[in-house]
Design a protein around this ligand. Structure first.
Ligand SMILES: Cc1ncc(COP(=O)(O)O)c(C=O)c1O
Length: 581
């Protein structure tokens, strides 16, 4: 047993010394080389074994979920050399999506920028908690800076606006609804729900909105959805009709949520119109409160980076088709300034890893009003002059490292970096749409969102017996035909998942049961290609479409040998906001 003058003479000291040296940064930081070597080895190993396919290569068959948990054990012993744990990383990743792979386009999954990792790691070494500036000091100021930048880009007065980082797009909705509740029913905080509050969204809204309503205790039945137009924007007449109906029923509207980039098609509402409708409601019905208007813009926010792009000059040289889409998205994003708040997911269209989100309020007082009442113990905040977001944030432990990582990344990429990334995504998505359209009759593939706002491509598939364009038009008004072909698309996707998602020729694309809603409100199932990865090229784009078409031919030939799910009348369920993956 070793002893050390400073350490005393405890039996565990020799092990503690190993732990210190092998696991932790020294107070003077002079073992950081060890940390760098450790990181280097971790990254080297995972990259070396990633395989060539769009998903992390599997070396062993997938375990049943029950077996995964059954085999998990905590070791009794200390692993003296943490390097020994690194080889297990590859097993942890097997089968995972690979954001860097140009044939992995399953969902809104960006490739995260290195600036974030470097900053997050460097700051995490010191563990600042962004609950209070007393502990986090300058590092929590990143929150103020990020909020100011996007409030200003959106057109809010940056001196009046404010923002908070939170745990996801779901968190941004939760904050927005809570701000609305505090306006519509100030007593809610003490008495809870009197079952008199409603939140009104729209049909293609993400299920996170319904979730937030439920978790806030408003009751899911008090979350109502307006019809949507086929491009997924909200049918504003229907929105108004529901608002009026609820007011007549004696309900108070906590929040009207417009779409600021739907999960499918990235549709963005005109918030000037929504806010003006809200203002009229207040006047006409003599409301003694003002319903909060929120933009669920966790996908569309990034188009604010084009707010002052000169579309005439088009210095980045985008094609006319891409430019038109970018301009429309950016013009509509500029209407967020008429909403009382909007949400940002940096981990979606911000090229930042999970989880980094922000709620921005036109008036920071709306956020401050969420503060715990003064009777509640708040033992953390001793410096009244410090920035103390924890006085009103939902979370207590808040990662300042995330804030700095996000700040450094947006600073490094700047408006131009995001313009190039998003513009390239739009260009590649358009190439794919054009490629599908030009061969549609031969391949049975059909673009379900030609007038998309974003860089997502939805491909609806048709059996060889029909002409896609004709059948597509028919299905929009024929629920049976729609449902049958939804089943065909789902079957094809399940087959793709099993047979095409890995390996050198593999491609991992997504599926949605609601690429959009038919006029009758039924979800239209389609394959999803979400283009964000900067490594997607014109070549990989065209190759991806070729691979999908070839796979469909293979699937159709196999189908001829057995009855389809459609033929056995199994219906797909594709209704309501809870159908998103
Ligand atoms: C429009 C929209 N809102 C909210 C969410 C939920 O965001 P998060 O997954 O970050 O909680 C999503 C997720 O895809 C979304 O697309």
């Amino acid at each position: 047993m070793q002893s050390n003058n400073d350490d005393g003479n405890y039996p565990y000291l020799s092990d503690l010394k190993k732990i210190r040296e092998n696991y932790f940064l020294r107070p003077d930081g002079n073992n950081s080389d060890h940390l760098m070597a450790f990181l280097k080895e971790a990254v080297r190993m995972v990259v070396q074994h990633q395989g060539v396919g769009p998903t992390y290569q599997r070396t062993k068959p997938e375990l049943k979920l029950d077996d995964v948990a059954a085999n998990a054990q905590l070791s009794d012993d200390l692993l003296e050399n943490p390097f020994d744990v690194l080889p297990s990383l590859m097993g942890e990743l097997e089968g995972s999506v690979k954001a860097s792979h140009p044939f992995m386009t399953k969902n809104v999954i960006p490739l995260p920028a290195w600036t974030y990792f470097a900053a997050n790691l460097a700051v995490s070494l010191y563990m600042p908690n962004a609950v209070t500036g007393e502990d986090a000091a300058n590092s929590v100021n990143a929150e103020l800076k990020v909020a100011k930048v996007y409030a200003e880009l959106a057109g809010y007065d940056p001196l009046v606006a404010g923002g908070l980082f939170t745990f996801g797009g779901t968190g941004t909705n939760l904050y927005a609804f809570k701000m609305g509740i505090s306006r519509a029913d100030p007593n809610f905080v003490f008495k809870g729900s009197q079952n008199n509050l409603v939140v009104i969204g729209s049909k293609p809204a993400h299920y996170a909105q319904q979730n937030a309503t439920n978790w806030l205790g408003l009751g899911r039945n008090n979350y109502l959805t307006a019809r949507s137009n086929t491009d997924q924007t909200t049918d504003l007449d229907d929105l108004e009709r529901i608002c009026v109906e609820q007011i007549r029923l004696g309900k108070r509207i906590a929040c009207i949520v417009g779409v600021g980039g739907t999960t499918a098609n990235m549709a963005i509402d005109d918030f000037e119109q929504i806010a003006s409708m809200r203002d009229q409601l207040v006047r006409k019905h003599h409301l003694d409160y003002t319903p909060h208007v929120h933009s669920d813009s966790v996908i569309g926010w990034s188009y604010l980076h084009f707010a002052d792009y000169d579309f005439q000059d088009n210095s980045l040289g985008f094609s006319l088709k891409a430019l038109a889409k970018i301009r429309r998205a950016s013009d509509l994003a500029k209407t967020f300034k008429f909403a009382d708040s909007f949400g940002i997911d940096f981990h979606k269209t911000g090229y930042i890893p999970y989880v980094s989100s922000m709620i921005i309020a036109r008036n920071k007082q709306d956020l401050a009003n969420l503060g715990r009442d003064s009777q509640m113990m708040t033992p953390l905040f001793f410096d009244e002059n410090a920035y103390n977001p924890g006085k009103y944030s939902l979370e207590t432990s808040r990662s300042a490292a995330n804030m700095v990582g996000t700040w450094l990344t947006i600073t490094a990429l700047g408006k131009k970096g995001y313009q190039i990334l998003l513009g390239h995504a739009q260009e590649m998505a358009q190439l794919m749409r054009d490629a599908v359209n030009s061969e549609s009759n031969d391949t049975g593939l059909f673009v379900a969102n030609n007038s998309s706002y974003g860089s997502d491509v939805y491909i609806r598939c048709y059996p060889s017996s029909v002409i896609p364009a004709q059948q597509y038009e028919k299905e929009l008004h024929d629920a049976t035909a729609l449902s049958e072909n939804n089943s065909y698309n789902s079957d094809f996707y399940s087959w793709l998942q099993k047979s095409k998602f890995s390996g050198a020729d593999g491609f991992a694309i997504g599926k949605t049961s609601a690429s959009f809603y038919s006029p009758a409100g039924d979800g239209v199932t389609a394959l999803r290609i979400y283009v964000l990865n900067p490594y997607i090229t014109a070549g990989t784009s065209l190759e991806l479409i070729k691979r999908i078409a070839a796979a469909k031919t293979e699937f159709d030939s196999a189908l001829e040998l057995k009855p389809t799910r459609a033929a056995t009348q199994k219906k797909a369920v594709a209704n309501g906001p809870n159908c998103w993956s």
